[in-house]
Structure formats: structure tokens, C-alpha cells
Design a protein around this ligand. Structure first.
Ligand code: C5P
Length: 210
């Protein structure tokens, strides 16, 4: 049977992850956070001192990797890994590798048959035939405030202006890259996440409640 897929795309710190987790719990869909895969790979490459600007060096490492862990950890959310993950995401070899991991994840978990997958190119490239496509929209200043609070709460030192600058830069990188740029996928529903979470999830019900 063809899997049922809900894609959740949107810019950095737009709350995609929280929304995808909510959908996963409420409507019993298996969740995959594709950003975490880019972060995990960036972390591995930095740790191994690989020049992340050089696709050839990255390819050598990818050939040696058997797979990639889906586990989250605090360091994967740090500013350094955030920046490196959007730097490696421009390379087509990296995108092909991560897309393969995502497709295998769905194939290996077919007993669930229902998935919610969040990222930047899920509804536009990786799962173009997703049953429901959501695009999360939030002003950059609101995203920066939320990310700042997250970092402070997790004990990392942080400066709001720097976070805002990084978010704007990451948006630019994600939207203007040649390979799979961040776009509003065709046929998607735009979810406004500028306000509080309750207001956001109210917008989901009519699309997921049947
Ligand atoms: O969503 P998150 O911020 O965790 O993603 C980390 C980085 O990985 C993003 O800045 C983006 O450049 C990249 N990414 C991507 N395509 C995806 C998911 C994430 O390019 N599907």
C-alpha cells in the first residue's frame, strides 16, 4: 500500500519540528525530522575535520558511512552545527545521500504507513506526491526571538542580533541555492505560526481531521 505522507516545510526556526511532533502524536503518524539528518552529517564532518566546502572530500566520507543515526542531541542544535548544516546542504551529493536515507526510512517503516516529515524540500522534491503539504510561515524577528530563548534556556550563550542575522543568512542560503531551494511547494497549505501554538494548531484540524 502506498504510504500516506504529510510534508511540513518552512524556513529555519519556523517551528516545523514542534508542529510535526504535534501532528505525529495527535494523528498517530511516524515522524521524521530531515533537518536532524543534515545536522548529524554536518556534525560527523566537522568532527572528522573534513572541509565542508569541498564536495570531493565529503564524498570520500559518505562512501565510508554505512548509515546515519536519527538520534538527537543537544550539540546538534548549537549555532556551529546549524551553520555547517546549511553549508553542506548546498551540495547535490549531500542532498542525494540524505534523500536516500529518507526514502529508506519510509520503506523500512512501512508497517506504520503514515508519516509526517519536516524539512525544506519535502513537499517540493523528496516526497512530491505527499498527501498533505504544509508550509510554515513566520516573520524572521519572531523566529529569532524564539531561537534566542531556546538557546538561553539550554545554557548556551547567545546574542539576539546575531541570531537574527544568522537566521536571515540561512534563509537566503536555503532560498537561493541551486539544489532544492526552499520554496512553497505546489499545492501546499500555508500555516501562519506567528502567534501562539494553540492558534497554529487550530489551522491544522480541517486538513488532518478526516
Ligand atoms: O530544519 P533544521 O534547521 O534543523 O535544518 C538544518 C539545516 O539543514 C537547514 O538550515 C537547511 O539548510 C538544511 N536542510 C535542508 N533540507 C531539509 C532539511 C534541512 O536543506 N529537508
Amino acid at each position: 500500500m502506498k504510504p500516506y505522507i504529510v510534508s511540513v516545510d518552512g524556513p529555519a526556526a519556523s517551528g516545523k519540528g514542534r508542529i510535526a511532533k504535534y501532528i505525529s502524536k495527535k494523528w498517530k503518524l511516524k515522524h521524521l525530522d530531515s533537518g536532524m539528518l543534515y545536522r548529524r552529517l554536518a556534525y560527523i564532518l566537522i568532527k572528522d575535520n573534513i572541509n565542508i566546502k569541498n564536495p570531493k572530500e565529503i564524498q570520500v566520507k559518505l562512501d565510508k558511512l554505512n548509515g546515519i543515526s536519527f538520534r538527537n542531541n543537544k550539540y546538534l542544535r548549537s549555532q556551529a552545527v546549524s551553520k555547517a548544516s546549511s553549508q553542506i546542504a548546498i551540495h547535490s551529493i549531500v542532498r542525494l545521500f540524505i534523500n536516500r536515507v529518507q526514502n529508506s526510512f519510509v520503506k523500512e517503516n512501512l508497517e506504520y504507513n503514515r508519516f509526517v516529515i519536516d524539512g525544506r524540500d519535502i513537499g517540493s522534491v523528496v516526497f512530491k506526491n505527499a498527501n498533505i503539504k504544509l508550509y510554515i510561515d513566520v516573520e524572521p524577528e519572531i523566529r529569532a526571538k524564539r531561537r534566542y530563548k531556546q538557546l538561553i534556556d539550554s545554557g548556551e550563550k547567545s546574542i539576539y542580533q546575531k541570531i537574527l542575522k544568522d537566521i536571515i543568512l540561512r534563509d537566503k542560503k536555503d532560498k537561493t541555492r541551486k539544489n532544492s531551494p526552499l520554496t512553497i511547494p505546489k499545492g501546499s497549505v500555508i500555516i501562519n505560526n506567528n502567534g501562539n501554538f494553540i492558534r497554529t494548531i487550530k489551522q491544522l484540524k480541517c486538513y488532518l481531521d478526516n
